[in-house]
Design a protein around this ligand. Structure first.
Ligand code: SAM
Length: 186
């Protein structure tokens, strides 16, 4: 199974539709790493062009790689082993191509897609049929920027409930829901 996950901090659109760079949060590092470890994601890319932010991520990851942290909480250490800071979506694609020998299917997510290519079962069928790796991208702030959406090969259907149209989940919740749909043990 060769699925990868990316949390994009740039380019991101803000409330006014401007292009911004959002900050990496400790919560997103830890929570999404744990979801990735639970559901067998090979690598979790934290995408930010800001070197100072990549250093922050590496400092946090470095802390948990030390023996005392590993002894204190081996589960957390194991989860964080999935995480890696990287400059851009393009670099993440290159990293996967290096590891897998093939470029990944680029998948994007969003709460308010007007049109999309399918749900998680259609995604897995396509990945299996094309026998290629898959990189699933999640946004921060107000969602993935058009430039990223336009790079995608597959737009996942937004998560909705049966209640009403409200569906603005935290990115951590959206990641967990999609990964359970993809790889949960029913
Ligand atoms: N309005 C933004 C949007 O369109 O997604 C909300 C951004 S939300 C705070 C951050 C990220 O979580 C989104 O970019 C998407 O990756 C994911 N997300 C949040 N709610 C979602 C939903 N209902 N369906 C699919 N993805 C969702």
């Amino acid at each position: 199974m060769n699925y990868y996950l990316g949390l994009v901090h740039y380019p991101i659109k803000n409330k006014k539709g401007e292009t911004v760079t959002t900050s990496v949060t400790n919560l997103d590092i830890h929570d999404i790493s744990r979801s990735c470890r639970t559901f067998g994601i090979k690598k979790y890319f934290l995408v930010t062009p800001l070197e100072i932010q990549r250093k922050l991520v590496n400092d946090i990851l470095g802390h948990w790689e030390q023996d005392f942290a590993n002894e204190y909480n081996p589960d957390r250490f194991e989860a964080l082993g999935k995480a890696m800071a990287i400059e851009s979506v393009g670099r993440a694609v290159e990293e996967i191509e290096k590891l897998e020998g093939k470029r990944p299917l680029l998948v994007v997510t969003g709460a308010n897609f007007k049109s999309y290519d399918g749900d998680t079962s259609e995604l897995t069928k396509r990945v299996e049929k094309e026998s290629i790796p898959c990189l699933i991208l999640f946004g921060t702030g107000w969602g993935l920027h058009e430039d990223v959406l336009n790079m995608a090969h597959f737009k996942l259907n937004p998560i909705y409930s049966k209640v009403d149209g409200y569906n603005h989940l935290s990115v951590r919740s959206a990641v967990a829901i999609y990964l359970d749909r993809l790889f949960g043990n029913r």
